[in-house]
Ligand binder design. Structure first.
Ligand code: FAD
Ligand code: SIN
Length: 522
């Protein structure tokens, strides 16, 4: 199977890229579940962009740089804030119905933002964006979407003249074939989202298993800043199969965090109290829970009027009511949960990775805009801005991009598949050990123990991998293990505490030795 361009992922980054690309080329999009299933589809708060009369690009830039704790790529941040509003207008042209106050866009507020600048569609922003993008993609004759197709690995070709490797397609598991399918293309876009599933508690859907980062690493691309995992402070407790997020916008409208005895504590940690940057809030909750032994803290919404809650947070109100909680009358029980990967496949300002022919966008990419910590609602924005730039780059290069024959893939696959229970056991183990040892607060000893155990799991997985024909479960487990290794290695090499990475053995920021991204390659 061939196309000019193959895209992996149908979230905001993959579909926005495909729509822009399809003006110039044929595009195949593969996605491992049904097409809307993505983190995008669950995004609540919205998209940060400068629309307010009291706002400016300078302020959005400043807030982003401050959150990023000295590691943001300033040029990428400039691009992000300036190209944000036109991309949001394009979404409106594509049919996204954002919430309005009269004629104007209704702007929400979230932690770390000095102004109201979150463009939203009630508290279901992602679902509305995904709906409109998928409808536009379905109407485009140049786009073919293959659902329930799992990308396994990148295909590469070693050019005989230069010896350089290029990405020349993707190896894909199809539900209709016994052996993986080669999808060849002139350029490949990885838009597989994040890796929240590597942790026991996460706001991310099941698809977020770090596949894109793991595939890119195996193919030789450079991977950056994997130690910076963002934990969202307020996931509803207890969790079901996925933690339900209580949007930061709820605190933006006045909700406050309380200990179980009813006292507030965030003032003791930061002048912005419950609206402090996410890393500060998540660490403060973690500390309070460890100190008191309580399994959760409260989020008290009583300062927000019932009519305001009904108008702004209808989905959160409905979801909590479905769990028997009346948030108009009682506080919500909340805990932090893994939420967002700030690192990923290192890309330049056009979304290109260090491997020729390979692009990445959205949560899979590390464009440099988030540095050591992402500002709330900058993620959907980053996906739009850099997916568009990548599409422009591929379109300009397309006439010179070759369609190559991939190098053969070495694997035996003749043996018997491992028992399902072994795969489930290893998946559970990796998620527990990452939560306990490589979570919100780290130490050298915890990291060393985690590394040793993950290496054992990796060795067993490697044996499974070469023995059996791959199914989606083993593909995901392999990627979870690979992602865990990358997070641990990156965390071990950063001997300081900065942004989302906090190590009790180095509780200070070291601008002398660590003012640079952590970069790994295979
Ligand atoms: P995703 O939307 O996650 O899409 C990834 C796609 O890749 C999916 O289609 C998946 O099936 C596919 N895929 C993965 N692996 C494979 C494979 N091996 N083969 C084939 N397909 C594959 N950010 C904000 O800016 N504002 C918010 O308000 C906000 N709220 C959030 C709320 C929640 C609950 C969550 C989880 C995240 C939130 N975020 C928010 C973060 C933001 O939603 C994500 O970072 C963003 O949607 C990622 O988009 P993406 O296109 O990169 O990936
Ligand atoms: C939220 O609504 O709190 C999530 C926003 C984000 O992750 O940017």
């Amino acid at each position: 199977m061939t196309a000019d361009v193959v895209v992996v992922g149908t979230g905001i980054a993959g579909i926005f890229f495909a729509l822009n690309m399809a003006r110039h080329a044929t595009v195949i999009v593969v996605t491992k579940k049904e097409r809307p299933e993505s983190s995008t589809n669950y995004a609540q708060g919205g998209i940060a962009a400068v629309f307010g009369n009291d706002d400016s690009f300078g302020l959005h830039r400043e807030d982003t740089l401050l959150a990023g704790a000295g590691l943001c790529h300033a040029d990428a941040v400039d691009v992000l804030v300036h190209e944000g509003p036109p991309r949001v207008r394009e979404l409106i042209e594509l049919g996204v119905r954002f919430s309005r106050e009269g004629e104007k866009l209704s702007l929400g507020r979230e932690g770390g933002h000095s102004r109201r600048r979150i463009v939203r569609a009630d508290d279901l922003t992602g679902r509305e964006v995904e709906r409109a993008l998928l409808e536009a993609a379905a109407a485009d004759p140049n786009i073919v979407i293959l659902e329930n197709h799992t990308a396994v690995d990148l295909l590469t070709t070693t050019e005989t003249s230069s010896g350089e490797r290029r990405c020349s397609g993707v190896l894909v598991l199809s539900p209709d074939a016994d052996t993986p399918l080669s999808v060849r293309a002139r350029a490949v876009m990885l838009a597989t989202g994040g890796c929240g599933q590597v942790y026991r508690h996460t706001t991310n859907p099941g698809i977020a298993t770090g596949d894109g980062v793991a595939m890119a690493f195996r193919a030789g691309a450079r991977i950056a800043n994997m130690e910076f995992i963002q934990f969202h402070p307020t996931a509803l407790y207890p969790a079901r199969e996925r933690s339900f997020l209580i949007s930061e916008a709820v605190r933006g409208e006045g909700a406050v965090l309380l200990r179980q005895d009813g006292t507030s504590f965030m003032e003791e940690y930061h002048p912005l109290a419950s609206l402090a940057p996410r890393d500060v809030v998540a660490r403060a909750i973690d500390r309070e829970m460890k100190r008191t032994g309580d399994p959760f803290v409260y989020l008290d919404c009583s300062r927000i009027s019932a009519s305001e809650i009904r108008a702004r947070f209808p989905n959160i109100l409905r979801e909590t009511a479905g769990r028997g909680i009346d948030m108009l009358r009682e506080p919500l029980s909340v805990v932090p949960a893994a939420h967002y990967l700030c690192g990923g496949v290192l890309t330049d300002m056009r979304g290109h990775s260090s491997l020729a022919g390979l692009y990445a966008a959205g949560e899979t990419a590390c464009t440099g805009v988030h540095g050591a910590n992402r500002l709330a609602s900058n993620s959907l924005l980053e996906a739009l801005v850099f997916a568009r730039r990548a599409a422009e780059d591929v379109a300009a290069l397309l006439p010179s991009l070759p369609l190559l024959e991939p190098d053969p893939v070495k694997r035996s696959h003749a043996g018997e598949a491992p028992e399902g229970v072994l795969l489930i056991h290893d998946r559970d183990e990796i998620r527990s050990l990452m939560w306990d040892l490589v979570g919100i607060v780290r130490s050298d000893e915890r990291l060393r123990i985690a590394e040793a155990r993950v290496r054992q799991l990796a060795a067993r997985n490697e044996e499974f991998w070469f023995r059996a024909a791959p199914g989606p479960e083993i593909v995901e487990l392999r990627n979870l293990i690979q992602t865990a290794v990358l997070i641990i290695r990156s965390a071990m090499s950063r001997k300081e505490s900065r942004g989302l990475h906090f190590n009790i053995d180095y509780p200070w920021r070291d601008n002398e030795r660590h003012l640079a991204p952590t970069i790994l390659r295979s």
